[in-house]
Design a protein around this ligand. Structure first.
Ligand SMILES: N[C@@H](CCC(=O)N[C@@H](CS)C(=O)NCC(=O)O)C(=O)O
Length: 209
């Protein structure tokens, strides 16, 4: 299998953390790809018409997005499933993953309205709307997540990748308001799967390369 990856993507890291946790990483070639909506990557577009990574190539087929890849990979190993098989566990995991992915989406939009978009094109109400989503989601997780649980399934993997990405890009203020969540992140960040997939690099938008 080949994974088109990006070293600073929370979505791509979620897939690689899962591959590490399940041992599937040993069957995978991981290739870094730079992507940005302002800078077309032909190699990625040839496989995913959305032009986004991660993309998994297996048996000649391209699979995307990160959530679908994780589901696909979970059917390819015999260890503890990252998506629980019981209904209650499955839906709780899916919901947490969706929240974590949405949190990454909002964080990326915050970056567009701050550092990525040219200053004169930034829109303050939109920025504030995305910042509100980040704040509300972190506050909700601080209250609702079972932070003492040792469980580390797809939902927790996605959340760890998103929160550590917020740290990585300088949006770490969620830590002040949500100390339990921050402590949880620090704890799960010690896992070998997280240590092996630390972020590096930065997105190259048009005109910023
Ligand atoms: N929903 C997608 C999001 C993937 C995504 O946005 N990837 C970014 C890298 S962090 C990307 O490739 N962006 C390029 C673009 O938006 O054109 C997933 O979960 O895989």
């Amino acid at each position: 299998m080949k994974l088109l990856y990006q070293t600073h993507s929370p979505y791509a890291r979620k897939v690689l953390v899962m591959a590490q946790e399940t041992g599937l990483v040993n069957q995978m070639e991981v290739v870094h790809m730079e992507t940005s909506p302002t800078d077309r990557n032909d190699e990625v577009f040839a496989l995913n018409p959305l032009g986004k990574v991660p993309v998994l190539i297996d048996a000649g087929e391209a699979i995307y997005d990160s959530s679908v890849i994780c589901d696909y990979l979970d059917r390819k190993h015999d260890g503890v499933k990252c998506l629980p098989t019981d209904s209650k566990g499955y839906w709780a995991t899916r919901k947490l993953e969706a929240l974590a992915t949405g949190l990454a989406d909002a964080g990326i939009l915050v970056r567009w309205e701050t550092v990525r978009r040219p200053q004169e094109k930034r829109y303050q109400p939109f920025l504030e709307g995305q910042q509100l989503k980040v704040r509300e989601t972190c506050a909700s997780l601080e209250q609702s997540l079972d932070l003492a649980s040792p469980e580390f399934r797809l939902g927790q993997m996605a959340l760890a990748c998103t929160l550590s990405w917020l740290d990585y890009v300088g949006l770490a203020h969620f830590r002040e308001d949500n100390p339990e969540l921050a402590a949880w992140l620090d704890r799960v960040s010690l896992r070998p799967s997280m240590q092996a997939t630390a972020y590096s690099g930065t997105t190259q938008d048009l005109g910023k390369a």
